[in-house]
Design a protein around this ligand. Structure first.
Ligand code: GDP
Length: 314
C-alpha cells in the first residue's frame, strides 16, 4: 500500500508520519517546494505520476486566534484550494481511499455542548473561526460529494484543539498551548513576576495531544468502509476526535506554570478575544468504535515543553 501523506512537515503530519513509519508503510511525501498543493497542475501531475493507494490530507494553513483574525483571506483561500486540489486530483488519479483532517472550527458558535457530529451547518460560525471553518467545512462536503457521485471511500475526521511537538511556538501566531508555553518560558528566563494571558481565562477547550490524533486518524483509516458509513451521517459525514474532557484557559495556565516553573502572578489582557466560550467535542461515536485518547494533559504539556527546549532551531 502506497500512502501519500500531504502536509508531512506540520505538527499533525509529523505525528502521522511517525506512525506510518512505525507500521512499515510505503510512504510518499513532498515538500511545498516539490509539490505546491495550491497549484492544481502540480497536484495533478504528482497524483497521476505516483498513483498512491491512499491519501492522508494533513496539509493546510493553521494558526491561533490572533493569526486567524489577521489573515482571514489566507486561511480561507489556502485551505479551500488545497482541499479542492488534493481531493479532486486524487479522484482523477483513481485513488479510492482518502482521509481528510478537518478542524473543530467547523462547528457553529451556538452549537450545544459537547458538540456532536450532526451539528454542522446548524448555525453561524464564530467570527474568529468563520473563514477557516468554512474552508474546512468545504473539505468535509467535498469528501461526501466524491463518495456520493463517484463512490470513493473518502473519510473525514474533526479533531479538537491539538498541541504537541512541532507546533508553532510563536507567541503571537501560535495556538494557546504553544503560545503560552513560549510566553511562560520567556517570563521565567527574564525573571518576570507577572504575565498577561489573553482574554478572560474562562473559555473552555478540549486539548488533544497530537500523537493521540495520529493514532485516531489511522484507526479511522483502518476501519472497514461499511463501518465508517454506518458511523457517520449520510451528508457531512465525519467523526469527532477529542478527549471528552475540557479545561478552562485559567486551569491550562496552572498546568503550564507548573511545567515551566513560573510562579508569578497572572493578569488578564481582555483586549484580546476569548473566541468561543466552550469547545468540547462529543467523541462518543469514536469511543463506541473502540478508540480513546491516552495522553493526559499534564503529561502531554511536559512532552511538548521538552520538545520545545530541545528543538533543532533553538
Ligand atoms: P481557539 O481555541 O481556536 O479559539 O484558538 P486559540 O488556541 O488561539 O485560543 C484559545 C483561547 O486561549 C482563547 O480564548 C484565547 O483568548 C486564549 N488565550 C490565552 N492566552 C493565549 C495566548 O497566549 N495565545 C493564544 N493563542 N490564545 C490565548
Amino acid at each position: 500500500m502506497k500512502v501519500f501523506l500531504a502536509g508531512h512537515t506540520g505538527m499533525v503530519g509529523s505525528a502521522i508520519l511517525q506512525r506510518l513509519v512505525d507500521r512499515g508503510e510505503r510512504i510518499l511525501t513532498r515538500t511545498d517546494a516539490e509539490v505546491d498543493l495550491t497549484n492544481q497542475l502540480a497536484v495533478r501531475q504528482f497524483m497521476q505520476s505516483q498513483a498512491p493507494d491512499v491519501v492522508i490530507m494533513a496539509a493546510g494553513r493553521t494558526g491561533g486566534i490572533a493569526d486567524r483574525a489577521a489573515h482571514p483571506a489566507d486561511f480561507m483561500y489556502q485551505n479551500m484550494i488545497m482541499a479542492a486540489n488534493v481531493v479532486h486530483q486524487a479522484h482523477r488519479a483513481g485513488v479510492d481511499r482518502l482521509i481528510y483532517i478537518g478542524a473543530s472550527e467547523v462547528y457553529p458558535k451556538a452549537a450545544g455542548q459537547p458538540m456532536k457530529e450532526p451539528m454542522l451547518m446548524t448555525g453561524r460560525l464564530d467570527a474568529t473561526n468563520a473563514p477557516f471553518g468554512m474552508a474546512k467545512l468545504a473539505g468535509i462536503a467535498l469528501c461526501d460529494a466524491y463518495r456520493a457521485e463517484h463512490g470513493r471511500d473518502y473519510r473525514c475526521v474533526t479533531p479538537t484543539n491539538l498541541y504537541g511537538p512541532g507546533d508553532d511556538f510563536d507567541a503571537d501566531r501560535g495556538h494557546v498551548v504553544p503560545g503560552l508555553l513560549r510566553r511562560f518560558h520567556d517570563a521565567v528566563q527574564a525573571g518576570d513576576d507577572r504575565l498577561a494571558i489573553w482574554g478572560t481565562g474562562k473559555p473552555l477547550r478540549d486539548f488533544l495531544y497530537v500523537d493521540d490524533l495520529a493514532d485516531a486518524v489511522l484507526f479511522v483509516l483502518d476501519m472497514a468502509a461499511s463501518d465508517y458509513v454506518r458511523a457517520v451521517d449520510p451528508t457531512l459525514g465525519h467523526l469527532n476526535i477529542g478527549t471528552g474532557r475540557d479545561v478552562s484557559i485559567r486551569d491550562l495556565c496552572k498546568v503550564i506554570a507548573k511545567v515551566t516553573g513560573f510562579s508569578g502572578r497572572l493578569t488578564l489582557d481582555t483586549t484580546k478575544p476569548d473566541g468561543v466560550q466552550r469547545k468540547l467535542l462529543d467523541s462518543s461515536r469514536l469511543d463506541r468504535l473502540g478508540w480513546e485518547s491516552k495522553v493526559m494533559l499534564e503529561d502531554g504539556i511536559r512532552r511538548t515543553y521538552d520538545w520545545f527546549l530541545t528543538r533543532p532551531t533553538g
